[in-house]
Design a protein around this ligand. Structure first.
Ligand SMILES: Cc1cc2nc3c(=O)[nH]c(=O)nc-3n(C[C@H](O)[C@H](O)[C@H](O)COP(=O)(O)OP(=O)(O)OC[C@H]3O[C@@H](n4cnc5c(N)ncnc54)[C@H](O)[C@@H]3O)c2cc1C
Length: 477
């Protein structure tokens, strides 16, 4: 890689592309930078689509900051083919675009359900009254008072909860025996079922939808549901069509090495479309971390992408749930806490003194502490079983040295998508950025999946309150 000016073109205009242009700009990339996106608008926060569909947010709330001013951004433009020999991109609007370095950031697209024939047209697009939920246009199709959501993975559950918050009647249909059955133990799944039901969601487990006609969805056991819209949340798969047609190596995703380089040395892939070490479609955090690493590589410092621990947290205010990797019970020890009365449960499996897997439902302090340990790859504190009870000790006190001797609590990552710590936010607040919007502009916290917005809001309030208290205490009486 040289420092000479070179034409970098990025195909796809999602968070991965935005992060890459921003970082390249910061690192002083010289040379033309072009982004091609087939959606009609600029990059937006896809995870907030559920809140758009529920009416909690307006479309302008989802908008991400613009690309650096020097970037040539072409929205509403699809890349239709690659000529890798001549290093040219064919555009749907006509014409060709040359590149020296090409970055594929084409994201993912929804996977249709297994028994989809009656739900989709032959070309794969949903029939009337049926929709996926991947784009802003999809979110606008979630109309009517009664909705059926097919698939109780993280997206299906978040969608069902958001629609319920918006006052709709929701049935969640899931082929597995309980929601999130691929990630949670049976017992935790049972508690999750209870919580969803208590929140007013009707659950149909072990079932699927076989057809949809206006106002009705039909299940495989013959049950008919009143249903204005059927939302398909049956998974996603990397968008690899362009790469595959150009002869790049693909599996589930576009295969890349540690430097995020595809089988063509002039082409890289980042975000949901890329597959590294057998893993693809890993979410916003992976997309932004990959963009950071690639920006260094493209500006002359080859930087391997450091794979992130897989931590999934449900993005719903009603249910505090996190799981990390699979809890297969094969660790050297494991401990669980079960509170049947309040449907709370936590389980950690330990291997080599570190968390191997965990699932935590309804214990917010434990969710936060275990997440911090896994993210930092810190060893478990001595009295680690106390973690599950939410004893506020371990990660913060025993790892103070790892955190540079400072109060390690301040090093807790608040915005996981942009790796912003409580310490960064406090520093920005001290520098005069006092609202969530100002802190977002300054640190980028909340501009990823948006899941930390409430936490940033609370931090602002706490800092304001403590500043007011210290002024009051210090003022003459
Ligand atoms: C409702 C919802 C909730 C989510 N919640 C979370 C969450 O809580 N946490 C989390 O980490 N992740 C979440 N995700 C996933 C997250 O949004 C993705 O991981 C992230 O958007 C990936 O970013 P990306 O830039 O790789 O791809 P994308 O955001 O998919 O962007 C890719 C863009 O490229 C465009 N494109 C594709 N092919 C072409 C082409 N040939 N020419 C031009 N343009 C093209 C696409 O149309 C798209 O605009 C959620 C997703 C959805 C839909």
């Amino acid at each position: 890689m040289s420092r000479d000016p070179n034409r970098v073109v990025i195909i796809g205009n999602g968070p991965a592309a935005l992060r890459l242009t921003t970082r390249l700009h910061t690192l002083g990339h010289q040379g033309p930078l072009t982004v091609i996106g087939d959606e009609p608008e600029g990059a937006y926060q896809r995870p907030l689509l559920t809140s758009l569909a529920s009416g909690e947010l307006r479309a302008d709330h989802l908008r991400l900051p613009p690309h650096p001013a020097t970037t040539d951004v072409r929205t509403g433009t699809a890349a239709t083919a690659l000529d890798t020999a001549r290093r040219l991109i064919r555009l749907g609007t006509g014409g060709e675009l040359p590149y020296d370095t090409l970055v594929l950031a084409t994201g993912a697209c929804p996977t249709p359900p297994a028994r989809a024939t009656a739900l989709l047209h032959p070309d794969g697009t949903p029939r009337p009254g049926v929709t996926f939920l991947r784009t802003r246009a999809d979110a606008e199709r979630l109309t009517g008072a009664r909705l059926t959501v097919l698939g109780a993975g993280p997206l299906g559950i978040e969608t069902a909860l958001a629609l319920r918050r918006g006052g709709r009647t929701v049935t969640l249909v899931h082929e597995g025996p309980y929601p999130l059955h691929r990630h949670l133990s049976h017992e935790t799944g049972e508690f999750l079922t209870r919580r969803l039901t208590d929140l007013g969601i009707t659950l149909r487990a072990g079932r699927t939808v076989v057809s949809h006609t206006p106002g009705r969805s039909r299940l495989d056991d013959g049950e008919e549901l009143d249903s204005d819209t059927l939302v398909l949340c049956t998974g996603v798969r990397p968008r690899t069509g362009l790469a595959r047609a150009a002869g790049l190596r693909t599996a589930d995703g576009i295969l890349v090495d540690d430097l995020l380089r595809t089988s063509d040395p002039h082409i890289f892939a980042i975000g949901d479309c890329a597959e590294l070490h057998g893993t693809a479609a890993a979410g916003i955090e992976a997309a932004t971390t990959q963009a950071d690493a690639l920006a260094y590589t493209l500006t002359g410092t080859p930087t391997p992408y450091p794979p992130q621990p897989r931590i999934t947290r449900l993005r719903a205010p009603e249910i505090d749930l996190v799981w990390t990797e699979q809890t297969d019970g094969q660790g050297e020890s494991s401990i669980s806490v079960t509170d049947r009365t309040r449907a709370r449960r936590a389980r950690i499996t330990v291997r080599d003194g570190r968390v191997q897997g965990s699932e935590i439902l309804g214990l917010p302090q434990a969710v936060s502490d275990v997440t911090t340990l896994v993210r930092a790859a810190w060893p478990l504190p001595t009295d680690w079983p106390g973690l599950l009870l939410g004893t506020r000790f371990g990660p913060y006190t025993e790892h103070a040295d790892d955190a540079g001797g400072a109060d390690a609590h301040a090093c807790t990552v608040v915005c996981r998508c942009n790796n912003v710590t409580a310490k960064d936010l406090t520093a920005a607040w001290e520098a005069g950025h006092r609202t969530v919007t100002e802190l977002a502009a300054q640190t980028r916290a909340t501009t990823g999946c948006g899941g930390c917005t409430e936490e940033v809001q609370a931090l602002c309030q706490n800092l304001t309150a403590s500043r007011t208290a210290s002024h009051t205490a210090g003022s003459p009486r």
